[in-house]
Ligand binder design. Structure first.
Ligand SMILES: Nc1ncnc2c1ncn2[C@@H]1O[C@H](COP(=O)(O)OP(=O)(O)OP(=O)(O)O)[C@@H](O)[C@H]1O
Ligand SMILES: N[C@@H](CCO)C(=O)O
Length: 314
């Protein structure tokens, strides 16, 4: 199979995501209106990566960069590698905080590579993009909302990941509490036990089912619907501040959970007037992103390259 590459740059906008949502470990996720923009172009040789915003000066600028790694895997699936690549990232999603930054980078890479191959969409359909991105990430609960937008239910079959996006009830306005400290998903997953009590598994199945109803039809049930026994308790010692804030919010009647693998906290219902989380958190209301990843042509503008200006725009 020979591969022809598109001329000119391709651009993708990918949303932040919050996975698990309490009881929906590795299955449920929500796309949030905070985005990374990534532009890629085929060049005559080498790999050049430019990063502004989150991760600037920290992330590798070569084949080790996660966007490039995802592009390389996708080009392999599509039949061949280009001679060179130039990638430009404007990152707004905080990294290693539980807001799906790695899935956003992977989805961006897969979609950019597909768009850069002339008949890419014929060779890799949207279901294939989800399978490939979830395979790279290792679980589908961030990749699914990042691609599809909205509230997603993801599962894995022998052939790979599948997902559906379902409409969220009106009036759901998530708030995230983002700490300065980072926490890697790999570390948080290592804190989980190999087996759990049957009663806890049964408990979570009921609450996860209730959560689908609460988020789509009856938000008054969100507090009981967001109780989890499968992951948060095992990870609490590694993120005591996160655990304390989730508890304080829940005592105040707010449906709060650990966002993804943490340490960010996600609240799905309004905060009581005057609720004070303390000074350790950047608190942001982020509407649900209903569109998911968007591919378009074109480069980033100068104003967008400036992280301060970009922060004002997003
Ligand atoms: N935009 C990006 N570009 C390149 N690499 C990234 C990017 N975002 C994240 N990464 C890589 O992924 C790592 C963070 O991934 P990790 O899965 O631990 O956290 P997360 O995806 O932010 O949180 P969660 O999976 O809990 O939602 C970073 O340390 C970095 O190596
Ligand atoms: N379900 C994943 C989400 C974070 O990537 C976890 O909690 O480990």
């Amino acid at each position: 199979m020979s591969t022809t590459f598109a001329a000119g740059p391709v651009r993708v906008r990918v949303p932040a995501t919050s996975a698990n949502l309490g009881p929906g470990f590795d299955a449920l996720g929500l796309a949030l209106a905070l985005h990374d923009d990534v532009v890629a172009e085929v060049t005559s040789g080498g790999v050049a990566v430019e990063v502004s915003g989150e991760g600037a000066g920290e992330l590798p600028a070569d084949d080790r960069h996660l966007v490039v790694r995802a592009m390389r895997e996708t080009f392999d699936v599509l039949g061949g590698q280009p001679r060179g690549l130039a990638v430009e990232c404007l990152n707004r999603i905080p990294q290693a905080r539980g807001l799906g930054s790695s899935s956003a980078a992977i989805v961006a890479g897969v979609l950019l590579a597909r768009a850069l191959v002339s008949d890419g969409p014929d060779r890799l359909d949207d279901a294939g993009v989800l399978r490939l991105a979830a395979g790279i990430e290792g679980h589908p609960d961030n990749v699914a909302p990042c691609l599809l937008g909205g509230f997603t239910l993801a599962w894995t079959e022998p052939t790979g990941a599948r997902a559906v996006s379902v409409p969220v009830a009106e009036g759901i306005m998530p708030t995230v509490f983002v700490p300065a400290d980072r926490g890697l998903t790999a570390t948080a997953r290592a804190a989980l036990p190999a087996t759990v009590p049957h009663g806890d598994a049964a408990f979570n199945a009921g609450r996860a089912a209730l959560l689908v109803h609460a988020l789509t039809v009856d938000p008054s049930l969100l507090l009981p619907a967001t109780v989890d026994r499968l992951h948060q308790v095992y990870r609490a010692a590694g993120m005591p501040g996160t655990n304390a804030l989730v508890d304080a919010l829940r005592v105040a009647g707010v449906a709060a959970v650990v966002s993804g693998a943490g340490p960010t906290v996600l609240a799905l219902t309004d905060l009581p007037e005057g609720f004070d989380a303390g000074t350790n958190w950047q608190v942001r209301q982020l509407p649900v992103d209903v569109s998911g990843a968007q591919v378009a042509g074109g480069r980033l503008g100068h104003a967008e390259r400036d992280p301060v200006a970009a922060g004002r725009k997003s």
